[in-house]
Design a protein around this ligand. Structure first.
Ligand code: SAM
Length: 220
């Protein structure tokens, strides 16, 4: 429905500005993409709160201000190709699609990938490819990437993802324990990479060959 949630969406954009997001392209992209379209009916009324929201299968749609921070830190350019690890709801994927030429997104849980694809198709967003699989090994077919966003918490910086960055390419990845992580900004160099801590955060676990094991992920 046109105009549904318009006032709430405006409120979220103002909140992002208050939180220090300055890049007009990012603010415009958040204004263009209806977050409620990516959420289950039960939490749609909360779509424009600055909150992580449940999307089923023990996963969450991340907090919009954190998503905006990822994008601002990465200084994305319109000609760039981006890899997202953890499609989740698909909302961040859709926002990224407004900012760069191509978005490649990997999600390990098929039902989430299907739901995200359906929402992207409804909104006629066509510059996104989604793969169901283990994103800790990246998506080598479209590498090298200008930027990589990892949207789940990892025990270490996954090596295959570093290798799939172009030299000078940037990656944001939460690294730490199962419960709390540091958001790391990684820049690929000729031989290796440089990494800087940005802030403390708490994401659902990145489960896969270069992340946590399924058993670790299901432990209480
Ligand atoms: N940006 C997404 C959003 O706002 O909806 C974030 C979703 S959630 C915080 C992280 C996602 O990462 C979950 O959907 C989870 O299934 C996925 N995930 C965890 N480990 C993964 C892996 N190895 N490969 C791909 N996706 C993974």
């Amino acid at each position: 429905m046109i105009g549904r949630f318009a006032a709430q969406r405006r409120g979220l954009i103002e909140l992002l500005q208050d939180q220090g997001i300055r890049d007009l392209a990012i603010l415009r992209a958040f204004d263009l993409v209806p977050r409620h379209e990516f959420l289950p009916e039960a939490v749609r009324h909360r779509a424009y709160e600055d909150a992580a929201l449940p999307i089923g299968l023990a996963q969450t749609a991340s907090q919009p201000s954190l998503q905006a921070l990822y994008m601002e830190l990465l200084r994305l350019q319109p000609h760039e190709r981006v890899l997202e690890v953890g499609t989740g709801s698909g909302f961040q994927t859709a926002v990224l699609a407004q900012l760069v030429r191509n978005v490649h997104s990997v999600e390990r849980l098929r039902p989430l990938a299907i739901r995200a694809r359906e929402a992207l198709d409804r909104l006629q967003i066509s510059n996104v490819a989604i793969l169901v699989g283990d994103g800790t090994i990246g998506w080598s077919r479209y590498a090298p990437y200008d930027a990589i966003l990892v949207t789940a918490g990892s025990p270490t910086i996954p090596e295959p993802l570093v290798r799939q960055l172009r030299i000078g390419g940037r990656m944001i990845v939460p690294v730490g324990t199962m419960d709390s992580q540091k958001l790391m900004m990684v820049v690929r160099t000729n031989e290796s990479y440089e990494a800087d801590e940005v802030l403390a955060c708490s994401f659902v676990p990145l489960l896969g060959r270069f992340g946590w094991t399924e058993r670790e992920g299901s432990a209480d």
